[in-house]
Design a protein around this ligand. Structure first.
Ligand code: AHR
Length: 519
């Protein structure tokens, strides 16, 4: 049955019984509608979209997840406080060892007794790599966390042999040179690492071993064959586009490597970082439009590549590096305390819109890794004594812990604003997940100053009982967190909802998750 918009909202005035937003609701407001139909599904949300990434870069690993000799660390050197904060994010998959670092990394340097491992000049980020955190430290960490490991092999300065032997070291039971070497190094059982990346950002001139699309396609294909023959159960991720500079043919890059690698790969990796260098709030808040557009283009390229044989191994998109990153960028990228971006509320809202975009493309985006996890463009920030949760931690935490099941194709009708790059952009950015009678609605109100009155209508079934309301917001769009002060965080309350519609007022510059029964 078709549902009517509640009369009182059509009139565009404050509704009786309207539920106001949490702490930061303001005076003026606009009206909008969100319609939910549980039959209109986009696809199953893969929990792998709530992944992260750790790289040998700055203080991400050493001084972040791993700090030997610290009173805050356990006997393995893992920071216990960081581990607890990481657990809060329900990290489904963790990518390692890079990033740009991966393109110069020789994994054999990072195994065996820690004190005997060689220190090496590290050319991606201009430091010395101690190699004290290597394959065992990473894979054991993943095991403790209960997260899937994802290893990116070196297709920059590395060889096919190195890549294939790494798979053998990690995944073969025993009785071969590399599997027995693993056992000798203290790990009897293979780890069975499923996810393997075929190099990192090979389209970027900044990459060690940067290649043309044709050369990369050919080189990666041989690596893929040897790795898969070593362990047929692995899944392979090809290094798609990361370079969107002026005049760069990023579409051609993806097209070429899909043609070379189809039949072997399972994912096309894409990277996207955004920022607000011109301090233009509304333009910045619209960045996810570009992410959505690139996702659709990549989906088209994948379809085209598989068109000659639709039975071929399916290929999905892995946004395996994404985040806000622009302040700690450029010439500051050499040395130790680098890429230490401090996030504010507007960044957290952009992160929420990126997560909405992944959910809204759940049929094709089957993996995403926020770059990175600790200190380096990260949701968790440490010093030697403490840590705090950056603003971007909160949306990721809410999505990862709640938005599961089927992604719903939600109808949204709301006012828009004009942008230079993306044309008209809706003030509301929305996604919805539906799992076993539980609805999760994610709503970002991009409006900086006005609350948005929204009629939320169900086309199927009724809302019932208490809805959990979790809101990420702060006193102003530039509010940041720091040690001992969390100006931006999640505040919670509950809302009693009955029937096939209800109204809610989303405060300005907020991300709100509404969760409750719809049956
Ligand atoms: O995440 C930081 C860096 O960004 C990664 O090393 C690289 O892959 C990308 O350019």
């Amino acid at each position: 049955m078709k549902k009517r918009i509640p009369h009182l909202l059509i009139q565009g005035v404050l509704i009786a019984g309207l539920t106001t937003g949490l702490v930061f609701a303001q005076q003026k407001s606009s009206v909008a509608r969100i319609k939910i139909d549980t039959d209109r599904t986009i696809g199953q949300i893969d929990k792998m979209i709530y992944g992260n990434f750790i790289e040998h870069l700055g203080r991400c690993i050493e001084g972040g997840v791993f700090q030997e000799g610290s009173p805050l660390s356990d006997a393995n050197g893992y920071r216990k406080d960081v581990f607890e904060a990481v657990k809060g994010l329900q990290v489904s998959i963790l990518r390692w060892p890079g990033g740009n670092f991966a393109s110069g990394y020789h994994w054999e340097d990072g195994i065996g007794p820690r004190n005997q491992r060689p220190a090496r000049l590290e050319l991606a980020w201009g430091t010395t790599e101690s190699n004290r955190f290597g394959t065992h430290e990473f894979l054991n960490y993943c095991e403790l966390l209960g997260t899937q490991p994802y290893i990116c092999v070196n297709l920059g300065t590395g060889s096919w042999d190195e890549a294939k032997f790494w798979v053998e070291y990690c995944n073969v039971k025993g009785g071969t040179r590399y599997s027995d070497w693993r056992r000798k190094n203290g790990r009897e059982k293979p780890w069975g690492v499923v996810y393997w990346g075929l190099g990192n950002e090979m389209d970027g001139p900044w990459q060690m071993g940067h290649r043309s699309a044709e050369d990369y396609g050919r080189f990666a294909l041989e690596a893929a064959k040897l790795m898969r023959w070593t362990d047929p159960a692995i899944k392979l991720i090809a290094a798609g586009s990361s370079n969107y500079g002026p005049g760069v043919d990023w579409i051609g890059w993806n097209r070429t490597l899909l043609d070379s690698l189809k039949g072997y790969i399972d994912y096309l990796s894409l990277h996207r970082y955004v920022g607000n260098p011109d301090n233009d709030y509304y333009e910045f808040l619209a960045s996810s439009q570009d992410l959505g557009e690139k996702t659709k283009i990549a989906q088209g390229l994948i379809r085209a590549a598989l068109a000659d044989n639709p039975q071929r191994r399916p290929i999905y998109i892995a946004w395996d590096e994404w985040n806000v990153w622009y302040r700690a960028r450029g010439e500051k990228e050499r040395g130790r305390e680098i890429l230490e971006e401090k996030y504010n509320l507007e960044d957290a809202l952009v992160v929420a819109t990126f997560l909405n975009t992944f959910v809204n493309n759940a049929h094709i985006v089957k993996m995403a890794n926020m770059a990175q996890l600790v200190n380096v463009i990260a949701p968790i920030f440490t010093n030697d004594k403490d840590l705090y949760l950056q603003t971007i931690y909160y949306p990721l935490q809410l999505f990862a812990n709640n938005s599961q099941g089927s992604a719903l194709d939600v109808f949204v009708d709301c006012p828009t604003y004009k942008t230079r790059k993306y044309g008209a952009v809706p003030y509301l950015d929305v996604s919805a997940a539906y799992d076993n009678g539980t609805l999760v609605l994610n709503v970002v109100n991009r409006h900086r100053d006005q609350a948005m009155e929204v009629a939320i209508l169900s086309q199927q079934g009724e809302f019932a009982g208490n809805f959990e309301v979790a809101e990420v917001n702060g006193p102003d769009i530039k509010a940041e967190n720091t040690f001992g002060s969390a100006k931006v965080q999640t505040t919670r309350k509950s809302l009693s909802v009955k029937g096939d519609h209800f109204a809610y007022q989303f405060p300005p510059h907020s991300y709100t998750m509404l969760k409750g029964a719809l049956r």
